[in-house]
Design a protein around this ligand. Structure first.
Ligand code: NDP
Length: 386
């Protein structure tokens, strides 16, 4: 019998389950790159479309865990030495956490987690785990690659349009009973004809480029590896060898690279200074990719016309985090990758990974981040340990 420690965000303040606004969600069987959506062997312990990412939803894993004689411990209290996470960690063989409510597995915590064999990210992005320490301790790290890529891509498109068209402040004016059209439009532009740049064109970055193509933007990208020439041609992409060259050329930037030690604070005062005045930056990748106070300075000086995203550091962000109140921001809590649609996929993917782990069969290569003491699968392609 194994102890499975699952760290999830708290239930809705209005109680669980919420009143759902729709009865069904579309069934997605494949992703754009041909990868199949999760295919667990056993039956799902939930109805797709239910809220699974909060404590009472338990990622729909209760039937599987208890049916196989494992103990499933679901908590949300995750930060600080007196947290429930620290209390249960030494006994856990499996830790499951979502990036939206990350249970930070630091090297100090990994040292205390002597029974831990696998850390599963229910979602994408395992930077809340110290990957180097996990590799040294022989812990496997896996995530549900592809499960919420389109969820995030749709969120990014929404933020591009919201910022450029000044949607949120105009909506506020409507709510307040106003009709101040001049105020609404003083910062409102069409994106048609603008230059848009993707920093990283992986699953999400490329999906954003594809979705923006019909808006008649000029599309640019940079990435470690160049996309294949047919894709560049199909989307009319301009490739840049580095981010500096890209930010000088574009009006809107989408940052979509993973966070690892050398990408921390990728956007800082120097990078902002290279952008066109009045550019927009969207970051639904990770909060630490951007230096917190440099964004505030860039918005206050007018170097940036707007900043939007859903990722912060730490998470949850403190109530006085400056990104909550800085001018011209379109921030949301970390929610893009945890729509009810996304949850159905990553909960099924978590079950698939658990089944493979407990059955002793191979975890899909694309789900692996760390295995046998080194980066593996998707981890070997997209992450660096330094
Ligand atoms: P992918 O692995 O598909 O793509 C990441 C891309 O980043 C790859 O093409 C990789 O290059 C590229 N890359 C890595 N390092 C650099 C670098 N230094 N400069 C430029 N490009 C780089 O991941 P996804 O698209 O699925 O996800 C990207 C990130 O988005 C995740 O790591 C996660 O942090 C975040 N995310 C956020 C979510 C949210 O809810 N807001 C949900 C899901 C993900 P290559 O592989 O060619 O070497």
């Amino acid at each position: 019998m194994a102890k499975i420690l699952c760290v999830l965000y708290p239930d809705p303040e209005t109680g669980y389950p919420p009143k759902y606004s729709r009865d069904t969600i579309p069934v997605i069987t494949h992703y754009a790159n041909g990868q199949t959506a999760p295919t667990p062997k056993g039956s799902l312990g939930f109805k797709p479309g239910e809220l699974l990412g909060s404590v009472s939803g338990a990622l729909g894993l209760r039937n599987y865990a208890e049916g196989h004689g494992h103990e499933l411990i679901v908590i949300s209290d995750k930060d600080g030495p007196d947290s429930e996470f620290e209390k249960f960690l030494p006994e856990a063989e499996v830790v499951i956490s979502q990036p939206f409510w990350p249970a930070y597995l630091t090297k100090e915590r990994i040292a205390k987690a002597t029974k831990l064999k696998i850390a599963i990210t229910a979602g994408i992005g395992s930077d809340h785990v110290d990957l180097e320490a996990a590799a040294r301790a022989g812990i496997t790290v896996a995530e549900v690659t592809g499960s919420n890529s389109i969820s995030v891509a749709e969120h990014v498109v929404m933020m591009v349009l919201s910022l450029a068209r000044n949607y949120l402040p105009s909506h506020e004016i409507a709510i307040r009973g106003g009709w101040d059209i001049a105020d609404c439009v003083s910062r409102s532009y069409d994106i048609e004809g603008m230059h848009f740049g993707a920093i990283a064109a992986g699953r999400i970055g490329l999906a954003v480029l594809r979705r923006l193509k019909p808006f008649d933007l000029n599309l640019h990208y940079t990435d470690v590896h160049r996309l294949n020439p047919e894709v560049e041609k199909e989307l009319g992409l301009t490739y840049h060898p580095d981010a500096e060259s890209l930010v000088r050329a574009v009006d809107i930037v989408n940052l979509q690279m993973p966070l690892y030690p050398s990408t921390e604070h990728f956007f800082n005062d120097e990078m902002f200074a290279k952008m066109k005045r009045g550019a927009y930056l969207i970051n639904c990748a990770r909060g630490k990719l951007v230096e917190r106070d440099a964004v505030v300075r860039a918005l206050e000086s007018g170097q940036l016309a707007g900043y939007a995203g859903d990722v912060w550091f730490p998470q949850p962000a403190p109530s006085d985090h400056p990104w909550r109140t800085m001018p011209f921001n379109g921030m949301t809590p970390h929610m893009s990758g945890t729509s009810l649609s996304a949850q159905a996929r990553y909960a099924a993917g978590t079950l698939e990974i658990l089944e493979s782990y407990f059955d002793g069969t191979s975890i899909r290569e694309e789900y692996l981040i760390v295995k046998n003491g080194e980066l593996a699968g998707t981890g070997a392609k997209s992450y660096k340990l330094t």
